[in-house]
Design a protein around this ligand. Structure first.
Ligand code: HEC
Ligand code: HEC
Length: 204
């Protein structure tokens, strides 16, 4: 399959990338293992986990932060501060890490319940034909592992981050998906559905 140019990441050097992610301060917020750090690695965290994310997706987001297609003051500054060569290496480093792993479950937490969040499960796997909502799984795949060149990994991403992104897609403050696909998808979702989807996907 031919990938659209924006999604075909240039090859990078993950060893150099580890070093650069450290000196460029990415690890301060995104974590040495790409797991999201400190505050972000808890229920309130809104810093994305990057470990195991597709490098082409990381590259696209940084380009979008730079150009202002995706709006975030701080990430714009970080994105503008690195060269394309550094970016390729940093993206390659995060890609070598285990997929969005890392939010350690509290010892007291119960194991994820496969039957939890029935409404979110249904939306994820089947969509909602009545509202012409396609299933998330069609693009984000089984277990939210994403599909290279199609859609990012979302399974295991931080719950609050996911919730924020879905709200941003719905209200249009994030609008950098090709053809506005995520805006159209999120538009009909209710607050309860967003909350439930964020929880369900974060526990994949
Ligand atoms: C002070 C904290 C901080 C630092 C340092 C930082 N980031 Fe971020 N990053 C964030 C936050 C917060 C977001 C979420 C922005 C949003 O809500 O849209 C983010 C989002 C991202 C995303 C988008 C993730 C996704 O799943 O869409 C990428 C990629 C990223 N950062 C890469 C980097 C890189 C590379 C560096 C180093 C050059 C870096 N960040 C440094 C806080 C930080
Ligand atoms: C037609 C394909 C498609 C479908 C169906 C789809 N998505 Fe997406 N989604 C994408 C693409 C492409 C992106 C990345 C957009 C970009 O370039 O920033 C994305 C991004 C996201 C993000 C942001 C990830 C991040 O790291 O910031 C979330 C959250 C998300 N989708 C959730 C969902 C949910 C929940 C559903 C089902 C209700 C869904 N998506 C259905 C294609 C799809």
């Amino acid at each position: 399959m031919m990938l659209p140019p924006a999604l075909a990441a240039p090859p990078g050097d993950p060893v150099a990338g580890r070093e650069k992610a450290d000196t460029e301060r990415c690890l301060e917020c995104h974590g040495a293992a790409g797991e999201g750090q400190g505050f972000s690695n808890g229920a309130d965290g809104k810093f994305a986990k990057l470990g195991g994310q597709y490098p082409a997706y990381i590259v696209k987001q940084i380009q979008d932060f730079r150009s202002g297609k995706r709006k975030h003051e701080f990430m714009k500054m970080m994105a503008t501060g690195i060269s394309d060569a550094d970016l390729a290496d940093i993206a390659a480093y995060f890609a070598t890490l285990p997929a969005l792993a890392g939010t350690p479950r509290a010892a007291s937490a119960t194991a994820p319940d496969a039957m939890a969040h029935p409404a979110a499960r249904q939306l994820y796997a089947q969509g909602d034909p009545a509202r012409k909502l396609p299933a998330c799984i069609a693009c984000h795949g089984e277990g939210g592992k994403g599909v290279a060149g199609v859609a990012p990994v979302i399974g295991g991403q931080g719950q609050r981050y996911l919730e924020q992104q879905l709200q941003d897609w719905r209200n249009g403050s994030r609008n950098n998906s090709a053809g506005g696909v995520m805006n159209q998808l999120a538009a009909p979702l209710t607050d309860a559905e967003i909350e439930s989807l964020a929880r369900y996907v974060s526990e994949m």
